[in-house]
Ligand binder design. Structure first.
Ligand code: HEM
Length: 134
């Protein structure tokens, strides 16, 4: 425990490594531009303004990767599968979600390894959100 003296090696969170809040905001903003023009996904979002949904996803991802815990301060425990239950997340919705997310990740300047880390998580998370057959 604590063999490493302070001020030498400092572990960085993934959040910090990829550029912190700005990177996650860019990612999610680009993602929601895709959602806004998607005929399958857009009608699933209950609010006319996608801004609040964009804010929730950005805060969630920032928290997940080691950034500020604002998401849970505002929303409580994520329980994402439960929160998605009202929405028909079938295979087509899953694929569309990942298509826009892939385009958004491509717009970031991540290293190959960072890209793989983020993408692996997003694909697993998306698969776990599917709650309808079809
Ligand atoms: C697989 C396809 C997915 C679809 C179709 C989908 C759709 C939706 C919809 C319609 C909402 C409600 C919008 C809102 O009011 O916030 C929502 C919320 C949310 N989604 Fe997804 N989602 C998907 C996957 C994911 C994944 C993989 C994650 C996390 C990595 C995620 C994270 C969130 C978060 C954090 C919220 C806001 C929860 C809250 O605090 O209320 N979603 N999603």
């Amino acid at each position: 425990m604590n063999e490493i003296p302070h001020g030498t090696v400092q572990e960085q969170t993934f959040y910090e490594q990829v550029g912190g809040e700005e990177t996650f905001r860019r990612l999610v903003h680009r993602f929601y531009e895709g959602v806004a023009g998607d005929p399958l996904l857009r009608p699933m979002y209950p609010e006319e303004d996608l801004g609040p949904a964009e804010e929730r996803l950005a805060l969630f991802l920032m928290q997940y990767w080691g950034g500020p815990r604002t998401y849970s301060e505002n929303r409580g425990h994520p329980r994402l599968r439960m929160r998605h239950a009202p929405f028909a997340v079938d295979r087509a919705a899953h694929d569309a979600w990942l298509t826009h997310m892939r385009a958004a990740v491509d717009d970031l300047d991540l290293t190959e390894e960072q890209d793989r880390t983020l993408w692996t998580y997003l694909t697993y998370a998306a698969a776990s959100m599917v709650n309808r057959a079809g």
